[in-house]
Design a protein around this ligand. Structure first.
Ligand code: FEO
Length: 400
């Protein structure tokens, strides 16, 4: 893509990534892609806000060279050190050796730790400004959105907030870079939630803190480092992020995330009865086969829904591994305050339920009744499974 003007003297520069399979080496983006948004400010002094992953360097640097002499860039603002935004830093410094890197004190340390860079660093603190000529940049400290060094940069003339990971999403840019041009909004909304639950959710308290800090700052454009630029309705993505961040305290949606695995269909027989019980109570249920669905696509459901129903057989005196993997990730992401229930088959000794409770023990979920059965579920087991679904649905309804 070529550079796109956002406002006079302010440009989107960046690259679409449609070939990386796993974001952070972990989260699938094969179908969706991702964009690494970077920004260029053309003033008496020139500045780039965040770079991109070390990827498509020629395309990226060509965009800048169309606007200015790349070797004479004055500043690179490093809002965030994660390599999807800093990967081209060393290459840029070889091209523009006199460039000054701007970031927080922690960024200064990370520049040394990650890239052995010790010179030409300008450390900025909360509220500091940098005058570029006609335009001024102001910096806000927003630690842990997403790493501890993170800052956000605010361009005061056009009131543009360069928010880096905050307000970002998965999804390569499909031609339309602005929210008002996008005809595929539901895709970005869905991918923003998946991105939030995968990448940002653990840091929900700092997200709320950052939103509160910026609430009185007049923002006309939100320019994140992934996904759409919000110029028509920046409040929309802020509201979504605020809502998702508040889910961390347990005020979630009145539905149930049903995560299951089944080796030979016995647990799956009970799953159908459980789902029937939930549906009979009019509660929405989202069903995931953990062995066939990457946890990246399950996390948005666990994050947003009040109830979590887990269905899994015992496997070697433990929880069926694909389901255990999902639960370990829920624990890693600190997904607390859920109402949980469990059902599953075992052959000769249980163990799945014990293992499950141990995995999510730090999350302090409220466990309702559980149902374990030997081998294939009997008619009575299926009746109990249906009741189990109803009970979790009722508990979820009661909280809503
Ligand atoms: Fe987009 Fe935390 O990096």
């Amino acid at each position: 893509m070529t550079a796109i003007q956002i406002k006079e003297g302010v440009y989107w520069i960046g690259v679409n990534d449609r070939t990386t399979d796993l974001f952070e080496g972990l989260w699938p983006i094969t179908q969706e892609g991702v964009s690494y948004n970077s920004y260029f400010i053309d003033d008496e002094k020139t500045a780039i806000i965040d770079l991109t992953k070390s990827f498509k360097g020629d395309e990226y640097f060509d965009q800048i060279n169309e606007l200015t002499d790349l070797s004479q860039i004055d500043y690179v603002v490093v809002n965030h050190m994660e390599p999807d935004h800093s990967g081209l830093l060393r290459t840029l410094r070889r091209i523009a050796p006199h460039v000054t890197l701007v970031g927080s004190e922690k960024t200064r340390q990370m520049l040394e730790d990650f890239f052995s860079i010790k010179e030409n660093i300008k450390v900025v603190k909360e509220g500091d400004t940098l005058n570029l000529g006609k335009r001024t940049l102001k910096f806000f400290s927003t630690p842990f959105v997403h790493w501890p060094e993170t800052i956000m940069t605010y361009e005061t003339s056009h009131r543009i907030l360069f928010s880096c990971d905050a307000f970002g999403s998965y999804g390569a840019i499909g031609g339309a870079i602005f929210d008002d041009e996008c005809k595929n909004f539901e895709f970005y909304k869905k991918e923003a939630l998946r991105y939030y639950s995968n990448i940002v959710a653990s840091f929900s308290a700092p997200v709320l803190k950052a939103i509160e800090k910026l609430q009185d700052v007049p923002v006309e454009v939100i320019a994140p480092s992934h996904g759409l630029i919000w110029r028509k309705d920046p409040g929309q993505i802020v509201s979504l992020y605020k809502k998702w961040a508040e889910y961390a305290s347990g005020e979630t949606e009145p539905g149930i995330s049903l995560i299951y695995g089944s080796m030979y269909g016995n647990t799956e027989l009970a799953l159908n009865a459980v789902a029937q019980g939930i549906s009979q109570r009019g509660v929405p249920v989202q069903i995931f086969d953990a062995a066939r669905t990457h946890v990246s696509y399950i996390l948005p459901s666990i994050w947003t829904q009040k109830g979590v129903m887990v269905g899994a057989p015992t496997y070697e005196v433990s929880l069926f591994p694909p389901v255990a993997g999902v639960m370990h990730m829920a624990a890693l992401k600190h997904i607390r305050y859920k109402k949980g229930a469990y059902f599953g088959s075992y052959g000769w000794s249980g163990g799945a339920l014990r293992n499950l409770k141990k995995i999510v023990e730090p999350l302090k979920w409220e466990w309702l009744e559980t149902l374990e059965f030997v081998g294939s579920p009997t008619k009575e087991d299926l009746h109990q499974a249906e009741k189990l679904g109803e009970k979790l649905a009722e508990a979820v309804q009661k909280e809503s």
